[in-house]
Each structure stands twice: as C-alpha cells, then as structure tokens.
Design a protein around this ligand. Sequence first.
Ligand code: 5FX
Length: 533
Amino acid sequence: MADEKRLFLGLDSSTQGLKCTIIDEALNTVYERAINFDRDLPRFGTKGGVQADGLKVTSPSLMWVAALDLLLEQMRADNAPLALVRAISGSGQQHGSVWLNAKAEGKLRNLQADQPLEAQLADIFAIADSPVWMDSSTGAQCAARERALGGAQAVADLTGSRAYERFTGNQIAKIYENQPDAYAATSHIALVSSFIPSLLIGGFAPIDASDGSGMNLMDIRRKTWAPAALDCTAPGLAAKLGPIVASHEQVGTLHPSFSQRYGFAADVQVIAFSGDNPNSLAGLRLQDPGDIAISLGTSDTVFGFLADAKPSASEGHIFANPVAPDAYMAMLCYKNGSLTREFIRDQSAGGSWKTYAQLLEASPVGNGGCIGFYIRDPEITPPILKTGIWRFDGEGKRVDRFEPAQDCRAVYEGQFLSMRLHGRNVGFKPHRILATGGASVDMSLIRVMADVFGAPVFVAEKSDSASLGAAYRALHGWCCRQTGAFVPFGEILRTSAPFKQVATPDAAAHALYTAMLERYAELEAKVAQLRRN
Ligand code: 5FX
C-alpha cells in the first residue's frame, strides 16, 4: 500500500455548476468532470444557476445537494479513481448562505449509502432559496450596519471590506428583519463553501478564514468573529455560525456512506473548503506581491497576494490568504463581466467573437478618446446600482451612440482601465498578470489587458483555476496534516510547470492608456454619481 498512488480531489461549486478535478502528488490532473445546473438539473428552473427577481438573486439550496449526487454518480460511471483519493477540498461561490434547520445535523450524521443525498436531505433547510453573491437587495442593512459600526472605513478596518450588499452579514441582517420566523428556525448558517463539505463529513463543517472574510462579520486580523459585527446583525448569531478555521485545516473525515456508495477509502480527509476566488489564488500559485490574477467570467475579479492588509472603504476587499495564514489577499470584483461583453458582441458584432476581434483590430488603441460604461447589472466596483450605458466622446460629451467598433473597443478598454485604477488603490503593483476564466482564451481581450497594465500576460494551461486550486489545497492540507506542522504552499508547487506567456505589452499603447486613466477616473466618478439619483 505504501507505494500506491495518492490522489487529491478538488470540488468547485460555482454559480453555474459543480466541477471536480483530481490531481496526483506531482500536480498532474488525472480526472475532471463538470455538471451545469441549468442543463443537467433543469427541474430547479435556474438561469445561469440562479433565480433573479429584481435586486434579489437566489439559488435553490437543494440544487447543490442534487448536483453533488449527480457528479458523484457520473464519476462512478466513469470509473474515476475514487478509491485512491486521500483528501478532498473545494471551493464555493463566495458570500452565498445556506440556512439549515434543527433536523439538519441529525440527518447529515445519519446519511445512508443506499439513497441519493437529495432524497435524504430535502427537508433540512430553514429557507429553501439561498441568497447568492449576485444579490444587491441589502442596501438598507449595509447602511444600518455601517452606522452601527462607526462608518464604512471602520467596517473595512474591522472586517476587510466596507459593507457590501452581497456580503453574508448584510444578507443575514435582512433575513432576520424580514423573515424572523425563518431566522429563529435556523440552527446553522453555512456558506456555500462550508455547506458542500458538511454533506461530505455528515456534520456542520466550519467556515474557513479566507471565505469567512467575505461576510463583513470576521475580524480580518484575528480571524475570529467580530463581536460588534455580530451584535448589529442578528441575535444568537455566533452559535448559528460555528467556529472559523484556517484554510489548510482538516474539517473532518468523509462520511462512511460515501465509501459504501462510491468506493472511496475509509479515511479520506476533508480539508476546509474556501471561496472560489481564494482557491483561484491557490490554483494560479500567486505568491509574490508583483503577481496579480485577472479572472474573466460571469463576474470579473482581480486579485493578488498581499503581505499586509490596508482595507479601503472605497473599493476592493481584503481577505485572509487561503495558503499563507499570516498573509492576505486583495480583490476587486466586477459584476459586469462576460455577460456584458457578450451583450455588446450581440449588439455590435452580430453575435460573433470573430467579427468582434476584427472590429477591435480596425479601431485605434485608445478609441479616439471614446469611453463607455456598460452597466448591465448593478455594479460593485465602483458601486453603481442604476443600470444603463453611458458613452462619452473624445471631448467628454455624453453621446447616445457609438459606432459598433467603438462600442467593442470601449467595453474592453473600460473594463481594464477600471481594474488598473481601482487595483492601484488597493495596493497592486503588477509586474506579471495571470489571466484565467472562460474569456481568457480571447486573445484580442488579452492584448488590451497587457497594454492597459503595461505588464506581460500569462495563462494557465487550464482556465478553471478555482477547481484546480481546490485540488492543490486538498494536497496542501493533507501534507500539513501528515507532517503535523504548516508546510509552505510553495513546497507543494515545486513540480508545477511554468505558465505560458501570451502577450507582451506595447510601450506606446501603454503610454496612451496611462494618459487616458485620469480622464477615465473623472468620467467614472460622474457615472457613479448617478447612483444617488
Ligand atoms: C466575489 O466577491 C464575488 O462575489 C464573486 O466573484 C463570486 O465569488 C463568484 F462566485
């Protein structure tokens, strides 16, 4: 048995689906599988994995249980090497909360191997629909909690971020206010990232410090719940949240029902799950403050490793670092990512990325000074709740229309100018960019990214860094456990292949974008003002 291959499983519960990646100790991917909520579980009726009703956006909690059943069935049907898995970790979309009732703990403990999870756990929820990160309906609670805690900067200093609508503490405050009976019937509030391992261990898995940083409830430096933040949210909250653990810690052992049903070994370690963005930091192996990652997906995010935390009330988030317990990560999040780029592709390029790239090629770098703001969904960075499109010509005059090529260029340039502007404010000084996420295969987009930042762009061989990062963290947590001490994450990564460089910045284009940045900032401030109207 000593020389038997050891494998590590990462699960990624994203907004749209559930994915698994199995790696070996040399970090080779040996198996992958993904399911999509809309396509594979149509009975839950989601669109893009969610149900939207104005500013309120939720996902059916039971859908995630059904998704785990389905994924495991598919893995078994594929003869995936489940018996060799030594540890499991995972990632979840950040901020989403799962509301479990008094039956949940017992039902989880008594999971049976002869039935799917969904059939056993259908009645464990105090609230059937989980608020998710796309929800922006808690403006009133954000304002009230900021007032109670001494203002936006005080909340940022305490928790790493000012109060954001999607952050779980504000969501909890809203549920306590609007559904007091449901709140009272809740025994445990999990994040998506602690709910999935709860299914695996058959009990309530603790929240890890890195994903716990996305709640406006955790003291970002002590990595414990902040009493003042709990007190202004809802009564009895500490007991419903349970403890916080460091991200590399083991949270339990795989429940025996999974060994019986799917052939896992008897002693598989379950390592704390974390948020998708923290896992992407691990998957992209960011360990140097000069490295930043830009993830281009439903939401665009920019994140990087930071040695110290300087939280800001105006933008960005500071999270506990998922692979270096004494360090931090900073992140900017944009709601208008791929869906907004696709909207302009459909409007201006006849739905074709090829035409889009040609239009981009045919238009000048800097767009003749034309700048656009495409707010299809209420934006997070900077906060702009009112949706709409604002176009400004080279003189800064608001115009109703751009030519199709100008629209195509304005979306790409505007998104990266914003990332450069706000990234500078949270302390990023990028020497190297790692691009990831679905849209990172679009080389015309990558070209604009390199030129705006004036930094070379690299891509990982695999674009799903959250799932891979989860598998790396399973290995990391397992190694820490084996040695009985914290193992630097870099040691785990020793055998990893270098990333591939895909773009070198053009100095002239970069200088032009640098000159454009302050104008962009002024126009952005003007558009953000409209939020108050
Ligand atoms: C980060 O703060 C976000 O809200 C999103 O990137 C979600 O994590 C997407 F899953």
